[in-house]
Design a protein around this ligand. Structure first.
Ligand code: DAH
Length: 356
């Protein structure tokens, strides 16, 4: 019996894989295995012999079974180790750029704008796309009869029949976020608010949904000079040129006083736009000093605080920077267009690593 024990314990220890182990199990403790056959011979023994041999055989069977189980577990561990070795992955390696999918120019430009203004100390604020006409108009010093309401080709939301309150609107600009931010955080303020806006208009340079970024800085001693510097810094970084030249043109917006539209010096030589040189001027944004009535509407005391605001068309500056001719194509979801004008999903724009 001790021969059997030694034989199987060493065979089990040497078994190379699970199949070999199973063969050994059959050979030793299977129905017709050596240990089982010996157990069957117990019947022919004298009761005294049986009293010794019986427990010994049972113990041998148990021992072989546990040796089999232990070896099986060891083989499984080794197999797992081997597999883990082949499936090893260095997660610190840079990811490979995917050929699938890309970042839409609007998202890319929004990221770029956000990165630049973050560097200048502006945080990002948000507001709803469906807003009350108070936030979209009245609070911005655009009363009910004001022509700006008609000019903006506003989409009005339907009210239930018999509900005579003024309808909500799809916001026509990001300016209502100025009011919401004033209400929420009070002065001082330094925010930009990028997002979707809506107007009923459709041609090569207009789509019913487009994107703006609002800027708002409020403090005790903010002036037009701060506005000019901020916009110059922004445009220089955005168009990635050493110098930009801006032209402030007196204009009128109900929510700013004084108001200015800003043009940037550029050339169109050979059909491509170059910013910072040439004899042409391109209008790119509206701006001004926040009107006292607007501060008041936002709950800020205009005798203590003042500030500047601006509004830039995101799609517009995306078209300019990346030479995209037709705005409507932005929102057609044409895969060929997206592959051509889209950006690598894995490279985030920032000022140190490069914007675009
Ligand atoms: N809200 C204006 C528009 O959509 C753009 C604008 C002009 C925003 C002047 C401003 C500003 O904040 O000061 O046409």
């Amino acid at each position: 019996m001790s021969d059997l024990r030694e034989k199987y314990i060493s065979l089990i220890a040497e078994a190379a894989d699970e199949a070999a182990l199973e063969a050994l199990r059959v050979q030793a403790v299977g129905k017709k295995g050596e240990v089982s056959l010996q157990m069957r011979s117990l019947g022919k023994m004298t009761p005294e012999e049986r009293q010794v041999a019986g427990p010994a055989l049972n113990a041998l069977k148990d021992e072989i079974n546990s040796a089999l189980a232990a070896k099986k577990a060891a083989l499984a561990d080794a197999a797992l180790d081997a597999r883990l070795q082949t499936e090893w992955l260095d997660v610190t390696l840079p990811a490979r750029p995917s050929r699938q999918g890309s970042i839409h120019p609007v998202s890319q430009v929004t990221e770029e704008v956000t990165a630049i203004f973050a560097e200048l100390g502006f945080s990002v604020a948000e507001g709803p796309q469906i807003d009350s006409d108070w936030y979209n108009f009245d609070a911005l010093n655009i009363p009910g009869h004001h022509p700006a309401r008609a000019e903006m080709d506003t989409f009005y939301m339907a009210r239930d029949e018999g509900d005579n309150r003024p309808p909500h609107v799809l916001r026509t600009h990001t300016s209502p976020v100025q009011i919401r931010t004033m209400e929420k955080q009070g002065a001082p303020i330094r925010i930009i608010a990028p997002g979707r806006v809506y107007r009923a208009d459709y041609d090569q340079t207009h789509t019913p949904m487009f994107h703006q970024v609002e800027g708002l800085a409020i403090d005790k001693d903010i002036s037009m000079a701060n506005l000019k510097w901020t916009l110059e810094e922004f445009l220089r970084a955005f168009f990635e040129v050493d110098a930009v030249e801006l032209r402030f043109r007196a204009s009128h917006f109900p929510f700013t006083e004084p108001s200015a539209e800003v043009d940037i010096r550029c050339s169109w030589e050979g059909g491509t736009l170059k910013v910072g040189e040439g004899d042409d001027w391109l209008e790119i944004l509206g701006s001004g000093m926040v009107h006292p009535k607007v501060l008041q509407a936002g709950g800020i005391d205009p005798d203590l605080w003042q500030g500047f605001a601006f509004g830039i068309g995101i799609d517009r500056i995306a078209m300019l920077k990346y030479g995209i001719p037709d705005l409507r194509a932005f929102f057609d979801s044409d895969l060929r267009w997206l592959r051509h004008y889209g950006f690598n999903a894995l490279s985030q724009p920032n000022l140190h690593g490069g914007l675009s």
